[in-house]
Write a new protein. Structure first.
Length: 120
């Protein structure tokens, strides 16, 4: 991977990190702003369902932030773009599609095949 490629991914990951942190902060603000008492049980159930959905989204954002931070660390350590499974370079196309990935296409496919077999 060229130094320009590395800089591109560093900028992309930093942008993703700022965006994910901002989304997480806004989710928390939204949740604290919607503290309302509901007279109707249906309204309360809808509000609780919405809150649960929002919390799931927030959890996904938190996990994404961790993955982004780990990818930035791999960049710093010179390990970014190397498949953790086989040690081969991960294609630029895959990294552009999923900048936090740690597996090449072939190893990810094998992993998913194993998950399908175990899930059956």
């Amino acid at each position: 991977m060229t130094p320009q490629d590395l800089e591109y991914f560093r900028d992309l990951l930093n942008h993703m990190l700022v965006e994910a942190q901002h989304n997480g902060d806004s989710t928390i603000e939204e949740m604290t702003d919607t503290q309302t008492a509901f007279a109707d049980p249906s309204d309360r159930a809808t509000a609780e369902s919405d809150r649960s959905f929002t919390l799931r989204i927030r959890d996904r954002e938190r996990k994404l932030i961790t993955k982004i931070q780990e990818a930035l660390k791999r960049l710093d350590d010179g390990e970014y773009g190397i498949c953790e499974e086989c040690g081969e370079e991960i294609s630029l196309a895959r990294l552009k599609a999923r900048p936090v990935t740690t597996l090449c296409v072939a190893c990810k496919a094998k992993q998913e095949e194993g998950e399908e077999i175990r899930g059956s």
